[in-house]
Design a protein around this ligand. Sequence first.
Ligand code: NAD
Length: 382
Amino acid sequence: MKIAVPREIRAGETRVALDPESCKKLIQLGIEVAVEAGAGAAAQYPDEAYRAAGATLAPDAASLLDQADFVLKVNAPQERTDGTHEVDLIRPGAMLLASIFPTRHLEAVKRMAARPLTAFSTDCIPRTTRAQAMDTLSSQANLVGYKGVLLGAMELPKYFPMFMTAAGTTLPAKVFVIGAGVAGLQAIATAKRLGASVTATDVRPEVKEQIESVGGKYVGIDLKQGASAGGGYAAELSAEDKALQAKMLADHCAQVDVVITTALIGGVFAPKLLDETIVRSMKPGSVIVDLGADGGGNCTLSKLGETVDVGGVKILAPLNLPATLATHASMLFSRNLLNFMTAFWDRSAARFNLDWADDILKGCAVTHEGQVVHGPTQKALN
Ligand code: NAD
């Protein structure tokens, strides 16, 4: 079987789907790996490192993808600058593994089904213990939580830690994290490491203990219905619960220096939690880091990919933060893909085992034999 790793073409993307180390491990399994020249350069993985790992280098995406049985990518396939589409370069019948976010990329999904490709999306992998090692949502969200706090600290005109000096004492910055999933818990832990005083909230009540275990103080509300949708995902709040939460957020945001938002519904779309009234109630000089930006943003005033100033409150809405930590982001992403490939690789038959009885494989399949086979994506297309 031949695996191909093209250079990512999404604007601002610096990650690569496979680092040389994971490349080597796939080759040790008896798989051929070809990499597009320069694919790892922005993540500090030069072509020579892939050659040393045993991969072959292809000069361009067209010649690479035409030959592949299985394509590994970071992002959903997209249109190229020459007007062709990445999907149309991939050999019909080939398999694809990437973080596709299919419900955000319906046009690409339709093309993949029509080609036809058998495509798997790592962000749709069921949240089971066995799947944890393959879960790119978690590996990349960790990076987002960490970097989001650093960005907030850079913008805040105050120290994060408490300092007692001869010139006086500074109090620790107050950081409030909204949404305590993988990114939120990492944000709490990072802000604590920097010496801030951290509070956090979520709509899934079970996260209280997790917030406390990383050093945060839980700020809860008694929601009437709650919003656990199973599998660690949150559902949208009822109108009554939204009103209860909005009141709590308005009260608490006015007291803190930095608000970090990480809330997502179903792991994909960001609910609007901070409106203009809340933003204007915050202290001048305070900072909002909207880490829901990739899902559309948690703040109604966020400008995606930009920083805006609203009455002295800075609102950052950074996109694709893992790309700002490309070396580690790629390394961890690669491990996730390697673990997926290893789980379904039948070494004696030297083939990828399309085991449709397996909950992981079935759960993350997006297109197969000309059909869209992922439930939420089918729904979004109808
Ligand atoms: P996510 O990215 O879907 O959402 C981020 C957080 O936002 C969640 O905690 C969610 O409850 C919260 N949220 C949604 N609406 C909100 C609102 N209105 N107000 C406040 N918070 C809101 O979640 P995630 O980070 O991917 O993961 C959530 C959970 O799933 C975690 O506990 C994680 O450990 C678990 N998980 C398990 C696996 C696995 O076992 N394989 C993999 C990934 C995640």
